[in-house]
Design a protein around this ligand. Structure first.
Ligand code: PNS
Length: 161
């Protein structure tokens, strides 16, 4: 039987419990998931690419069906290179919708064989994002329960708490 493989792309700066919820639910649909971190030198992430890879690997170490990789260039080209045709994205509040719709349509224009699949985030993670979690953490806010413990510790280290 052909394996069903999805590419889950993003910045993952850092990975959050919202991302993990999407990963765990996607594994009920797909046999294999490739978490693909965009290597974008123009963005200034808080965590280096290697730090983000290490955190994701650590958090998902019990799941051999999840692979962590990086990519640059066009996402659709990377998806084809990985011999699949599915892009997985999580959807949170309505505010995500316009951006995701735009991206999905552009990706479709670039390659009609590649399909974008969306999973609605759990209501628990509806309002969280890596960005807002980083902001709270930078001000020593309590982000317990929003990120895996190892990510919480790394955030504290980064911000010197
Ligand atoms: O987690 P993010 O930052 O919302 O992820 C955005 C990402 C990495 C999925 C998006 O920026 C992307 O796919 N970049 C690769 C470049 C590309 O293919 N652009 C054309 C489609 S819009």
């Amino acid at each position: 039987m052909n394996e069903r493989v999805a590419v889950y792309p993003g910045t993952f700066d850092p990975i959050t419990n919202g991302h993990l919820s999407i990963v765990n639910r996607a594994l009920k649909i797909f046999d294999k998931l490739i978490i693909a971190i965009l290597n974008n030198p123009h963005k200034a992430p808080l965590f280096t690419l290697q730090e983000r890879i290490d955190m994701i690997r650590e958090v998902l170490k019990g799941k051999p069906e999840v692979q962590v990789d990086t990519f640059d260039g066009l996402l659709v080209d990377y998806v084809v290179q990985m011999k699949t045709n599915v892009i997985l994205r999580g959807l949170r509040a309505l505010s995500d919708f316009e951006y995701e719709f735009q991206m999905a349509l552009m990706n479709r224009k670039l390659n009609r064989d590649v399909q974008s699949v969306f999973l609605m985030t759990d209501y628990k993670w509806f309002y969280t994002s890596s960005t807002i979690i980083k902001e709270a953490a930078s001000l020593n806010g309590d982000i317990n329960g929003l990120v895996p413990p190892i990510v919480g510790r790394k955030l504290k280290e980064k911000f010197g708490y």
